[in-house]
Design a protein around this ligand. Structure first.
Ligand SMILES: *Cc1c(COP(=O)(O)O)cnc(C)c1O
Length: 362
C-alpha cells in the first residue's frame, strides 16, 4: 500500500498499560474490555498481546467468536448477554459467560434445550438506567436463576457507572453504595469498576475490574492526563504531507471556503480525512504534529485529506511525517477539539488503513 495514512499499534504500550491496571487494582482480577474491535485497535492482536489479562469482555457473540478463532481460551463475557434465543447454542459451544440484564434472558436460559451450565453475571441497574435489574428485583431474579439447571453455580454481580469520568462525582458514590447494599447478602464475585472508577478509588476495585480505555493509553477521567496515570498511548494515526503551497492573505482553503488565510502563509495537505475516521467536526485549531512540530488543522477535514497551517513548521516538505494522534499527541486533545470523546475516535478508525504493529511478542 502506498497511501501514507496508517495506524501504528504499540503492543508494548498495551502490555505496559495492563501492568498499570494491576498496579491500581492489585487484588482484583482483570477483565480487559475489547468490544468494538478492541476500541479500534484490532481485537485478535490486542487479546493476543494481553496474555496476562484474566478475562475479556465483548459486546456481542461475533466478537467472542473472533477471540475463540484467534485461539483465546480465557473466560469471555458477553457484556450485553444474548440478543436472541438463537445465540444460546453458540454461547454454550464457545464456552462464553453471559450477562443477564433482563427477564427475557432469564426466559432464554429457562427454555434452552441444553442444560450445559452457563456462567451468568447478573446485571444490577444501580442508577444509570441503561441495562440491568432494579435493586428491588435482584434477589428474586437471582433465586430464579439459581434454580435453573442451565446456570452454573456462582452467579456473579455486575453494574456499570454513569459518571465515573467526572472526578469525585456524587452519583458515582451513590451508585457504588447501591451496588454494595444490594450485593452484600451474597457470597459472590462482584464487579463495579471501569477504567475511570478503578483509577478513582481502591474501594471500587472488587473481585473483578473492567478496564477498557486506560488499556489503550487514554485518560478516562476528565481533566487528567494519561501520562499522569503512567499510561502510554497504544494507537498512533499518522500520515504525510502530499502538498505544500504558499497561499496569499485572504485565500480560502477547502470545502465551503470556510477558512481564509490571515496572512501570506504556507499550507500543507495531509493524506487523511473522515474516510479514515478522522472527525469531520474537528475544528480549526485542532493540534497536528508535522515533523514533530505542533501545527494546527485549518478548515474542514474532507474525506481523504485535510489542510494544515504550516506557519509553525515553514521548512515542511512533501512527504514529511504527520501525526494526527498518538504517543506525542494525545487523542484526548483531538476529541476535545471535535466535541467528542476519545472512545469514538479510536473505535472509528477505518479498516481501509494499513495497521502496523510495533512491539515485541510476549
Ligand atoms: C465498555 C465497558 C467497560 C469499559 O469502560 P472504559 O470506560 O473503557 O474503561 C466496562 N464495563 C462495561 C459494562 C462496558 O460496557
Amino acid at each position: 500500500m502506498t497511501r501514507p495514512a496508517r495506524v501504528i499499534i504499540d503492543l508494548d504500550a498495551l502490555r505496559h498499560n495492563l501492568s498499570r491496571v494491576r498496579h491500581y487494582a492489585p487484588n482484583s482480577k482483570i477483565m480487559a474490555i475489547v468490544k468494538a474491535d478492541a476500541y479500534g485497535h484490532g481485537i485478535a492482536r490486542v487479546a493476543g498481546a494481553l496474555a496476562h489479562a484474566d478475562a475479556f469482555g465483548v459486546a456481542c457473540l461475533e466478537e467472542a467468536r473472533q477471540l475463540r478463532a484467534a485461539g483465546i481460551r480465557k473466560r469471555i463475557l458477553l457484556l450485553e448477554g444474548p440478543y436472541t434465543a438463537e445465540e444460546m447454542d453458540d454461547i454454550r459451544h464457545f464456552h462464553l459467560d453471559m450477562v443477564v440484564h433482563h427477564r427475557f434472558q432469564v426466559d432464554l436460559l429457562e427454555n434452552a434445550d441444553s442444560n450445559a451450565p452457563v456462567h451468568v453475571w447478573l446485571k444490577v441497574d444501580s442508577g444509570m438506567h441503561r441495562l440491568g435489574f432494579a435493586p428491588s428485583e435482584v434477589g428474586n431474579v437471582r433465586e430464579r436463576l439459581r434454580q435453573l439447571g442451565g446456570v452454573a453455580a456462582g452467579i456473579r454481580f455486575i453494574t456499570h457507572l454513569a459518571c465515573a469520568n467526572e472526578q469525585d462525582n456524587a452519583m458515582t458514590r451513590q451508585q457504588a453504595d447501591i451496588f454494595f447494599d444490594v450485593t452484600r447478602p451474597y457470597q459472590a464475585e462482584k464487579s463495579l469498576a471501569n477504567s475511570a472508577a478503578l483509577l478513582a478509588r481502591r474501594e471500587y476495585c472488587l473481585d473483578w475490574v473492567r478496564p477498557g480505555l486506560m488499556l489503550y493509553g487514554v485518560s478516562p477521567i476528565d481533566g487528567q492526563t494519561a501520562a499522569g496515570f503512567g499510561l502510554e498511548p497504544v494507537m498512533s494515526l499518522e500520515s504525510a504531507l502530499i502538498s505544500v503551497k504558499h497561499l496569499k492573505r485572504g485565500d480560502p482553503v477547502g470545502y465551503g471556503a470556510s477558512w481564509r488565510c490571515p496572512e501570506d502563509m504556507p499550507v500543507g495537505v495531509v493524506a487523511a480525512g473522515y474516510g479514515d475516521g478522522y472527525p469531520r467536526h474537528a475544528k480549526t485549531g485542532t493540534p497536528i504534529l508535522v515533523k514533530g512540530k505542533p501545527c494546527v488543522l485549518i478548515g474542514n477535514p474532507s474525506m481523504d485529506m485535510m489542510t494544515v497551517d504550516l506557519r509553525a513548521c515553514p521548512e515542511a516538505r512533501i512527504g514529511d511525517h504527520v501525526l494526527l494522534w498518538g504517543r506525542r499527541l494525545p487523542v484526548e486533545a483531538t476529541a476535545l477539539h471535535a466535541d467528542t470523546v476519545p472512545y469514538e475516535l479510536l473505535c472509528g478508525v477505518h479498516k481501509r488503513l494499513e495497521f502496523v504493529e510495533h512491539g515485541r511478542q510476549n
